[in-house]
Write a new protein. Structure first.
Length: 202
C-alpha cells in the first residue's frame, strides 16, 4: 500500500511513520521497483507525507517520485505533488484535493493537474455512499477530462466489505482518459465503467 497520492500500491517497499505529535504524523516510503533486474528501476520510487488532524478537519500533503522504464521507448521519472483535505460535518463528510504531475525523461505521457471534490455519508451502520466530481487538465494542450463517480460500500463484518462503483468520464479535445484499469477510449471519446466486488482483509 502506498502512502497516498496517485498510485494505490507500491511493491517491494518499506515505510516508516512517526508517532503522532500534536495531531501531526510524518511518513516516508521507498519502493525498490518491481523488475528484479539489475539496472532496470521500473516502479522504483520514494514518497514523503505529512498528515494533520485537528478536530473535524484532516489535511494531508504528499510528494513522490516514481520511475517508469520500458526500454527502448520509455524511461522517465514522474514527480507528483498532492494536497488533500477532509471535513466532517457530522451528518456527512466533504473532501477536496489537488494533484500535480510533471515528468523528466522520454516516452512520458502528458503532464497534468487534477482537482477533485466529493462527499460521503454513512446511511446506516453498515452502509456508506460517496459521490465525487473531478477535473483533469492536461498541460500544454487543449485536452481535458471531467468525471463523476458514485460508490457504495456495505460492511458484512469488520474484515469483509461489499462494494459497487460507477464512473462517467467526458473527454475533451483528444483526451483519452479511461476508467481505472479499464479500456483506453479513442481520442475525445466519452467512456464509463462500473464494478462490483468484495474486499476481505486478513
Amino acid at each position: 500500500m502506498a502512502i497516498g497520492g496517485y498510485q494505490p500500491y507500491w511493491n517491494d517497499s518499506v515505510r516508516y511513520t512517526t508517532p503522532n505529535l500534536y495531531g501531526a504524523t510524518f511518513a516516508v516510503q521507498h519502493s525498490f521497483g518491481d523488475t528484479g533486474v539489475s539496472g532496470n528501476n521500473n516502479a522504483a520510487g520514494t514518497a514523503y507525507a505529512i498528515n494533520y488532524d485537528l478536530g473535524n478537519l484532516s489535511l494531508s500533503g504528499i510528494y513522490e517520485t516514481v520511475s517508469t522504464v520500458a526500454l527502448p521507448a520509455v524511461n522517465y521519472r514522474a514527480k507528483r505533488s498532492t494536497v488533500m483535505g477532509v471535513y466532517d460535518f457530522g451528518f456527512m463528510k466533504a473532501h477536496a484535493g489537488f494533484f500535480n504531475e510533471n515528468h523528466g525523461g522520454f516516452g512520458a505521457p502528458l503532464e497534468f493537474n487534477l482537482s477533485i471534490l466529493g462527499v460521503s455519508k454513512v446511511v446506516t451502520g453498515a452502509l456508506r455512499v460517496t459521490a465525487e466530481y473531478g477535473h483533469k487538465d492536461f498541460k500544454n494542450s487543449a485536452n481535458q477530462a471531467n468525471y463523476v463517480g458514485l460508490a457504495a460500500f456495505y460492511s458484512l463484518s469488520k474484515r469483509t466489505t461489499l462494494y459497487s462503483e460507477i464512473n462517467l468520464i467526458n473527454n475533451g479535445g483528444a483526451a483519452q482518459q479511461g476508467v481505472y484499469r479499464g479500456i483506453v477510449p479513442r481520442p475525445g471519446e466519452n467512456t464509463s465503467g462500473y464494478m462490483v466486488g468484495m474486499r476481505h482483509t486478513f
